[in-house]
Design a protein around this ligand. Structure first.
Ligand code: PLP
Length: 222
């Protein structure tokens, strides 16, 4: 696959779902990819990327932004509270707001800085014990609490259980976003983004289908 092929499939899936052209943003997930692959996608004109690790992003994006101009980088990996300060300076959006202690920290930082990245609340739609995210039953109250803290919650995000049909998870997330009046839906990855688009995804997170397989030997700390 390539960026061009993925963008064509996104355009087709968007049209097939009777959705407006351009209503789905493609986050090119560049975690642990070699720099030359990332530069190649920037050279093709893509300007929206996703990262999982604060430290890796710090080492990469300030330089690439200086070189390529207006690039948006979204944090899609788990965020430790002690890295929140660096994260709000580095990222345009954080898709992994998953607990009150992080919400409180982000609210403090937003107050001090007078601005905040856009936020997505991560929902553990499969109720997997090892997975981050709010349980579905706790999500409405959490969103309300975030709003009471003036956090700019834009939408919901999910990572469906591996090896399961993702469709019911996408449908559940869409329903939860709708009932909370949230316009953003961060869902769908390389293997299932077309189904996510059919269910209303506004942000799909596509890594290996654009960049090729990841070599986790490159991950920090790996
Ligand atoms: C790595 C990652 C992706 C991209 O996965 P692919 O299967 O390579 O498209 C998407 N979302 C999250 C949260 C990720 O960590």
């Amino acid at each position: 696959m390539s960026l061009h092929a993925i963008l064509s499939r996104v355009t087709a899936a968007t049209a097939a779902a009777n959705r407006a052209p351009g209503s789905v943003q493609v986050i090119a997930v560049s975690k642990v990819q070699p720099l030359d692959r990332v530069v190649a996608v920037l050279d093709e004109g893509h300007r929206l990327f996703g990262e999982n690790y604060v430290q890796e992003s710090q080492g990469k994006w300030p330089d690439l932004r200086a070189r390529f101009g207006a690039v948006q980088v979204h944090m899609i990996g788990p965020l430790q509270t002690n890295k929140a300060k660096v994260a709000v300076e580095l990222f345009d959006a954080i898709h992994t707001l998953d607990r009150m202690s992080l919400a409180e920290k982000l609210a403090k930082l937003a107050q001090a800085r007078g601005q905040s990245p856009s936020l997505f609340v991560q929902v553990n739609t499969g109720k997997e014990p090892q997975k981050a995210g709010l349980l579905p039953d706790d999500t409405d109250a959490f969103v309300a609490q975030c709003r009471a803290m003036d956090l700019p919650v834009q939408g919901l995000m999910c990572i469906p259980p591996e090896g399961e049909d993702a469709t019911p998870h996408f449908a559940m997330l869409a329903q939860m976003a709708e009932r909370n009046g949230l316009p953003g839906l961060s869902m769908g990855m390389s293997s299932d983004f077309e189904a996510a688009i059919a269910h209303g995804a506004t942000h799909i997170r596509v890594g290996s289908a654009i960049f090729g397989a990841r070599d986790y030997g490159r991950a920090p700390g790996a």
